[in-house]
Write a protein that binds this ligand. Sequence first.
Ligand SMILES: *[C@@H]1O[C@H](CO)[C@@H](O)[C@H](O)[C@H]1NC(C)=O
Ligand SMILES: *[C@@H]1O[C@H](CO)[C@@H](O)[C@H](O)[C@H]1NC(C)=O
Ligand SMILES: *[C@@H]1O[C@H](CO)[C@@H](O)[C@H](O)[C@H]1NC(C)=O
Ligand SMILES: *[C@@H]1O[C@H](CO)[C@@H](O)[C@H](O)[C@H]1NC(C)=O
Ligand SMILES: *[C@@H]1O[C@H](CO)[C@@H](O)[C@H](O)[C@H]1NC(C)=O
Ligand SMILES: *[C@@H]1O[C@H](CO)[C@@H](O)[C@H](O)[C@H]1NC(C)=O
Length: 487
Amino acid sequence: MANVQPATVRNMARHRYLVYLILWLCVFFPVLYFKISNRPAPDRKPVNVSVVTVAKRIRSVSKIDYKDLAKVCNPPRAIKHGVEGDIGSLNNSLTIQGVIILTRHGDRGPMNHVRNIANIDCGIAPDQEYSDYVTFLQNIFFNMSLQFLGPFHGYPLYPSRNNCSISQLTPVGVSQMLKLGRTLRSVYSSLLSVSTSDDIIIYSTKYRRTFQSALAFAYAILSPDIMPKITFMESDSYSYCFDHCACYNVNSLLMKIKQSSEKRLKSRRAVEKMFKHMHNILHLMSSSVRVDPYLLRDSIMTYICHGAHLPCYQDDCITIDNVHQLFGYLDWDLKRYAKHGLLQKYGLLKSYGFALNVAMNLLKMVSEGKPHLVLYSGHDLTAQYLLAAFGVLNAQTMSPHYASRLVFEVYRNNTVDTTFPGKDFYFRAIFNGKDVTRSVVFCNDHGGAWQDTVYLCPIESAIRFIHDDYFTIFNSSNYKEACGMHP
Ligand SMILES: *[C@@H]1O[C@H](CO)[C@@H](O)[C@H](O)[C@H]1NC(C)=O
Ligand SMILES: *[C@@H]1O[C@H](CO)[C@@H](O)[C@H](O)[C@H]1NC(C)=O
Ligand SMILES: *[C@@H]1O[C@H](CO)[C@@H](O)[C@H](O)[C@H]1NC(C)=O
Ligand SMILES: *[C@@H]1O[C@H](CO)[C@@H](O)[C@H](O)[C@H]1NC(C)=O
Ligand SMILES: *[C@@H]1O[C@H](CO)[C@@H](O)[C@H](O)[C@H]1NC(C)=O
Ligand SMILES: *[C@@H]1O[C@H](CO)[C@@H](O)[C@H](O)[C@H]1NC(C)=O
């Protein structure tokens, strides 16, 4: 008896994280599910898929090749797989168990009213894959098997016009998501079969562009016959904050981060003056708005990413040189932006709800062996906040291009140690094909699996961070306190 007791106590401590898991599943999951289902969606329009629109897409208008400048657009041909699925010789002892993917939506129209937008052709010459995809959408539409689209079943399934529309996904954006899905399909093929509806989970924020991106990505990574077996779920917030959206302190953090950006711009008078000039040519209804170089880039990309002529106004034109200077300035600024001391705190507060949801899905993979694939279709800020929270701060992670992806791969030791279940699981974080696991704040200390250059982080570290250490940096123990809100 005397021997059994301490051993039992030790085992209980070891299983602490599995107890958290059970708590999460029982308490958080029903709440989350309730929150993200059955919400009325804004800007819902009847689906109208017209067969002729595809044929009309082929245009003779020649587009300008902006060469190197177009890198910021992440055109479909630039989307290739990186280190996803490749763990070197660790593949002899570890097997992939599941994958959690956060994507940014594909190419879209500008967020602001820009000059001559009606003349910009945001279409593409459709390839076989694009045409197959549209045919697939037409079939599911005419056969009315749209229930699987859940709260999104009333949305248009894809952008049907060549014209760029404010904030809407473009055919280029669809093409990017198809390419991304196809690229990852071969890597994760072992995870993509579906027997029950909880094998694969797809979340999208409530916007049309993220929904349409999720649909194209899902189509390309899964096989079309699987599509009706999965369910789309909606998040109200672009940051996937779920139950943790209201936070008093985030505003003051954001103010301070913004002030630093403004100071940097003010310190470069000539550049600022040029930006003002560009801003006035580019934007309609512009005079009162302050110049924001990031917004300027967003608007300029509408021309650069679709091979359109740069705009002119009253004989004054934006030149290629202007664009080079703008992009150069942003490269310079992003490096400084990523080093801002408050960025991690800001990310932590903005993505707590999201981090909890990701942790819940990680734990389900560990305890139930499913889901195998979770997709969160989101925005640049969704990725920026989560990566900042995890301490992965650099110019690339702070400004994810269209169709960016952040992948968490979950691996399991083939030699299962039944007395120690949590210890058998590892994960890796890969951003746009690059392994960033070692930059994750809670992954660089202890444990983990190493082999040559490949490092895998114990799942336990992630769970401990999110459950125990998340608010340490605030000298707080919970979200409310860290947010400066007293219960
Ligand atoms: C669908 O679009 C066509 C032309 O694009 C239009 O004539 C028709 O009325 C539309 N149907 C619905 C239900 O909106
Ligand atoms: C493991 O990876 C090596 C290359 O790193 C490859 O040659 C081998 O086929 C892989 N083995 C398995 C079981 O996937
Ligand atoms: C944009 O739409 C308008 C009418 O809706 C049309 O006249 C124009 O040709 C379109 N432009 C492009 C580039 O598709
Ligand atoms: C929809 O119906 C058509 C014929 O009516 C059929 O060829 C096609 O396979 C069906 N598509 C789906 C997704 O059920
Ligand atoms: C897998 O588990 C076995 C037995 O517990 C252990 O010896 C081995 O180091 C583990 N492999 C990895 C990569 O963690
Ligand atoms: C953290 O909180 C404790 C008690 O609430 C306090 O004594 C300590 O000074 C605080 N530390 C910092 C750095 O704010």
